[in-house]
Design a binder for this molecule. Structure first.
Ligand code: URA
Length: 435
């Protein structure tokens, strides 16, 4: 078999065989296929696409390009969730403990933030002492003891994705449905859980800018997961405005704590209920989606969800006094309020702008080596559809940067808010449930 024949076959729009896909992945990971040939094939895939069978095979070969996690030593059905990334997306921090408090096994492998979206690992690390790296043995022991662990994925999983993603990043081949779907799903499958819930976000703050593309991606990933023997479901959620009020690491942890106590923002609470109910149904703990929602409400009301979060923090070495007394989290030295310049209804809060601004205030990283300021970020006071009077607080900005650095950011945050003088309906958070 020759790589050049595989490239020309895809260039001409033909379907690759399983053997040809295996040849490519094995050869590329082994260093036998050079980057220039791999890039050519990736570009041909960008233009010609792949059939569902090709995508399933590609994902399977990527999944098995390195080690895979064996979670069979953990009793019960293991569930994982994955968000395609958003602004203010602290869902794992709240929904993980909620679902685990209902008895599901939440084995969560998370990532770090880059660009305008934050990462769960960074958010967790804003709790002093919190360790997000565990050995497989520690992970399994924690899962059996408390039913939840949230850790970083080990470096030995899916080497094909690491190599291919780095190449895609510099060859203009990231934006391709088969390549995105196989990249995400190979990592989720290698993590070894029985069930996968995908939160596919759409809107200006998300990877997929419109609902149509997000739906296609979600359907493809659900089909891949189910074809490869895992119960995979997806929810499509709106990311035109930030999720909840808080954007920034420790600010989001505090909001997750509020939500676990039952007084979180409306949109975020709704997402947690919905997402959690799907996971409980997948784990066969709830017989119906509605029963799942009722169970989540109960563990929030009786304090068990919050208690589970405490257990998670203690198990991973975090200082639980910060969870019990969130006022202990350091507050940035500069706290700046932004007020409405006119009255009306909030029509837009451009999530991408808020996410990028939070990053520039210190809350995120532009490159993987940047150091994060855990206290920096933005807390919204209004959401789309809210009525405002001139002078009302729109948001509060937290930063340790100097004035010359943060002033242009404040101007951009102001521009992210659009207030109009006609009624604006509140957008729904959850667009669709795909299963
Ligand atoms: N996230 C991933 O993990 N892979 C992609 O290709 C795109 C987003």
């Amino acid at each position: 078999m020759r790589m050049v024949d595989i490239i020309t076959k895809k260039r001409d729009g033909q379907e690759l065989t399983d053997e040809e896909i295996s040849f490519f992945i094995k050869g590329y990971v082994a260093g036998e296929i050079p980057d220039y040939q791999a890039s050519a094939l990736l570009m041909a895939i960008v233009f010609k696409g792949m059939t569902n069978r090709e995508i399933v095979t590609l994902t399977d070969r990527m999944e098995h390009s390195g080690e895979t996690m064996d979670l069979s030593a953990i009793e019960g059905i293991k569930v994982d969730k994955h968000s395609t990334g958003g602004v203010g997306d602290k869902t794992t921090l709240a929904v993980g403990p909620m679902v685990a408090a209902c008895g599901a096994k939440v084995a969560k492998m998370s990532g770090r933030g880059l660009g305008h979206t934050g990462g769960t690992l960074d958010k967790l690390e804003s709790i002093p002492g919190m360790n997000v790296f565990e050995t497989e043995e520690e992970f399994i022991a924690q899962m059996n003891k408390i039913g939840i662990a949230v850790v970083g994925q080990t470096g030995t999983l899916v080497p094909a994705d690491k190599k291919l993603y780095a190449l895609r990043d510099v060859t203009g081949t990231v934006e391709s449905l088969p390549l995105i779907a196989s990249s995400i799903m190979s990592k989720k499958l290698a993590s070894g859980t029985n069930c996968i819930e995908l939160d596919v976000k759409f809107g200006n703050g998300a990877f997929m800018k419109n609902v149509h593309d997000a739906r296609e991606l979600a359907k493809t990933m659900v089909a891949i997961g189910n074809s490869l023997g895992r119960d995979t479901r997806a929810i499509l959620t709106d990311m035109a405005q930030p999720l909840g009020y808080a954007v920034g690491n420790s600010l989001e942890v505090k909001e997750a704590i509020d939500t676990l106590h039952g007084h979180g923002p409306e949109d975020f609470t709704e997402l947690c209920l919905h997402s959690g109910a799907v996971m409980l149904h997948q784990a066969k703990i709830a017989k119906t989606f509605e029963e799942g929602e009722a169970m989540i409400k109960e563990v929030v009301a009786n304090g068990k969800a919050f208690e589970k979060f405490r257990e998670l923090v203690i198990a991973q070495g975090g200082d639980v006094s910060y969870i019990d007394h969130p006022e202990k989290f350091e507050v940035s030295k500069n706290v700046i309020e932004i007020h409405a310049k006119n009255s009306g209804f909030v029509k837009e809060i451009v999530a991408l702008e808020i996410g990028e601004s939070a990053m520039r205030l210190g809350a995120g990283r532009e490159t993987f080596d940047d150091v994060i300021d855990m206290s920096a970020g933005i807390v919204l006071a209004k959401k789309i559809g809210d009525k405002v009077a001139k002078g009302d607080l729109l948001c509060t900005v937290y930063t340790n940067k100097e004035k010359e650095e943060y002033e242009p950011v404040i101007a951009d945050i102001e521009k992210a808010f659009k207030v109009v003088n006609v009624f604006v309906e509140k957008p729904k958070v959850i667009e669709e449930y795909i299963h």
